[in-house]
Design a protein around this ligand. Structure first.
Ligand SMILES: [Zn+2]
Ligand SMILES: [Zn+2]
Length: 245
């Protein structure tokens, strides 16, 4: 560059600079640590009960496990889309705890890789544990109970692990066995999830296995939901998120 080359013009500083993003590992709340332990305990009890009463047809039990895991992928997509698309940090109750982390993740996708186990999985444990507790109430006399137990266990395990799989998808060099899980498409793949963080930033919302993303995007599932919600409420999708982009 010679002396006469004009310098790149300095961008004007916005009147309201965005808040500094967290760059250090988040300290989990006591409720998140407790939720992880409660989830582990309830899973062990349910697993014992399911194993003890495994009288169902192996094919049915396998189908129940598959359905539960697919269900967890759908649940992850719906929740992720919801918090990415609607509301803002000012939304009552949900704003600070749920919406902000999803928006911060778009500004700083590597932030999630700096979280420890409880900080990563505490919130999903809080959501999944009550479902596991309810499953304990299923009567042992029902012939369908073993299949239901397996379905709920698989669903809740998938929901619990969603953020862990999402975190792995952002790690530059995950453990070899994690990379094997990713290559086998048993958990969310790195390249697959990278599409969520690329324009138009509105696809591949499912972050457990990512199995449903292709089908949901092909049928315009989330765009249709957005049109319905806009027609009913007048709210515009990604209004807050676009303003940050
Ligand atoms: Zn997102
Ligand atoms: Zn991500």
């Amino acid at each position: 560059m010679n002396a006469t080359t004009p310098l790149t013009p300095t961008l004007p500083i916005p009147a309201e600079a965005p808040e500094a993003l967290p760059t250090v590992p988040r300290i989990p709340g006591w409720h998140e640590v407790a939720a992880v332990w409660v989830f582990g305990l309830l899973s062990a009890v349910l697993l014992y009960r399911a194993a003890y009463s495994l009288q169902g047809h192996p094919g049915v039990l396998l189908a129940a496990a598959f359905l539960g895991y697919v269900g967890s992928d759908l649940a992850s997509g719906l929740v992720h889309w919801g918090f990415d698309t609607w509301g803002s940090a000012e939304t009552p109750i949900l704003g600070k705890v749920f919406i902000v982390p999803f928006r911060v993740h778009h500004s700083d996708p590597m932030d999630i890789t700096r979280h420890g186990f409880a900080a990563t999985n505490g919130h999903t444990a809080l959501v999944a544990s009550p479902v596991l507790a309810l499953a304990l109430l299923l009567p042992g006399s029902w012939s369908i109970t073993p299949a239901l137990l397996v379905l709920v266990l698989s669903l809740c395990a998938g929901v619990f692990a969603t953020n862990q799989f999402h975190k792995w998808a952002h790690e530059e060099s995950p453990a070899a066995w994690v990379q094997w899980l990713q290559r086998s498409h048993l958990v969310l793949g790195r390249a697959h999830h990278a599409l969520h963080h690329a324009r138009p930033y509105a696809r591949n919302y499912c972050i457990t296995s990512g199995w449903l993303n292709g089908a949901l995007d092909a049928v315009g599932f989330f765009r249709t939901l957005e049109r319905v919600i806009t027609a009913v409420t007048g709210a515009q999708p990604r209004r807050d998120d676009l303003s940050q982009a």
